[in-house]
Design a protein around this ligand. Sequence first.
Ligand code: ADP
Ligand code: MG
Length: 613
Amino acid sequence: MHQQLPPEQLDRLICLEARIHRKSKEEIIQEQFLQMESERQTDENDRNKQNVDSNKKSDDLKCSLNSENSPQHLFPSQNMSPVQKKCIITKKHSQQKKNKKSKEGQQKDITQYLQFQKKQQKVKKSEQKLIEYSIQDSPFKNKSPLPYDPTVDKQLKEKQNQLAISEIKIKELETHNSELRETISSLTEQQLKMQDVVKQFAMENEKLKKLQLQTQLQANRVRLGEYVVQREKTALVDVWIDGQELREAKEQSKKIENLKVDYENRKKNCKNKEEQEMRTLNVKINFLVKEELQLQETVDRLETEKNLHIKQIKRVYEEEHARFTKNNDYPLIGERYQVLSLLGKGGFSEVYKAYDLQELREVACKIHQLNSNWSDHAKQNYIRHAIRENRVHKELNHTHIVKLYDSVEIDKSSFCTVLELCDGPDLAYYIKKYKCFPEKEAKLLIGQIISAIKYLNNHKNKIIHYDLKPQNILFHLNELKISDFGLCKVLEDDNSKLQLTSQGVGTYWYLPPECFHMGDQPPNISSKVDIWSIGVIFFEMLFGQKPFGQGISQEKILKEQIIVKSQSVTFPQKPLISNECKEFIRACLAYNQIDRLDVHQASNHSYFQKKQN
Ligand SMILES: Nc1ncnc2c1ncn2[C@@H]1O[C@H](COP(=O)(O)OP(=O)(O)O)[C@@H](O)[C@H]1O
Ligand SMILES: [Mg+2]
């Protein structure tokens, strides 16, 4: 109580004294206060008295030069000099001032303490009120209060600390987050700019390719021919006119033919006597035959080139009329896929080459479009097929199966599936171009198709492709990939057979006899459908023609039951192929399903185990 202490220390001091004297805090404060009051009173009296004394004795005061310890030093003596006396008085005054100061300090302390106590009481009262208020609403109001537990207090403090730390962290994260948001928005802006540049490059690149194609088409128009519009009675029709090279080759061939006929006639008119002339004619005819053979080869090659040229003309024409490329539209599908050109048209779809601006790669966008002229049933059927195709295809991941990356809704009646782009043309193009593949090459490619079919058969639900044909088998980096799962069938629950409910769809040259069988019940089919198709494709690759129904239309095949009557396969004399190969094809084209190879037998067949020479 003698120094100015902070209220907490003062309180502690009072508590200590109260404990020592076994009194209450209030009693101690009271005592202290009274003591101070009395001291103050005494002090005041002293001061008054001194004033009187000093007035009375002022002249007699003498300074004492004695030690400070001497009691004299506080009382001026008669023999002190006025200076000494003055010193003593000043000293005494300063002592009194000191005392007064410390007492004033004490008083101040106590006043502060009392104020502090008052405040504390106020706080306690309001806390009490708060507690009472919460107790009124509390479910524990009738329960006795819990005893004070210091660990709870400690835990509470720890929690409060943690809370404070968390709040700081949240603030930090919020700042970081807003910084990141800013970075993202600037990066997005950059990305959009870059995408725009990439898009321009991709489109320029495609434009160049188109220019090259146009130049090539123009040259081929002169060499091989073109369609021209001609009037036929009242109608305008497209008529094919052969190009210069083809025309010349054909004319040459005709000339040789005529010459040969002429020589033959001259030979007939020759009598035995003109032996020399006979011999000369024979030599000439032989020479013409050789020349004719060579020319025929040239004509055949030019005819093949002509067919491919017609295919290209058709594709350019289709591109000019296709949904996304006519009028040079080239839209962006799903804000990501920039349409570049038309790749091809299937039975029910248009397939475009596009550039994926996110993954920065070329893709194929297959557009599934509902035709407004279709009946509701046809539309529903189409949607069902497309959804299933999408679902099945998405799950597949195999080197020899075209990958499905994404699907995007375009509008109410169309959507797009985004596929891995295959750079080469389809197998049908090569069969047309080369007619016959060497056995070694054909075997290698068929092996790739079998491995894809084996994968489909080992899938958790077995899948039958059902539409294997050269148009649905695409080249990519000199390897084959199967595509178009539009007609695929999924075998549920470990079944190996399925009732064929959708008879009549598919491409008949490649479907086995069971798909055409009519009866009360729909026929049962299995993965062996795909094995039959593989047999047909293998045959076509080797001989340049189909084993059943070559040159016959789809309708006729159905009407004349061509496949149903195809009990066995016959191989052309040329080109020569190995007996093992024939045996394998025969086993794929076995009429009855039971006699036909299954997928595993096909992939483990001895023909594929042996290395081709
Ligand atoms: N992933 C692809 N890469 C390149 N060309 C493709 C791709 N998918 C399809 N095509 C081309 O489009 C044509 C039609 O595609 P397809 O899937 O068979 O359609 P549909 O189901 O209508 O028959 C194919 O023959 C092929 O020329
Ligand atoms: Mg197809």
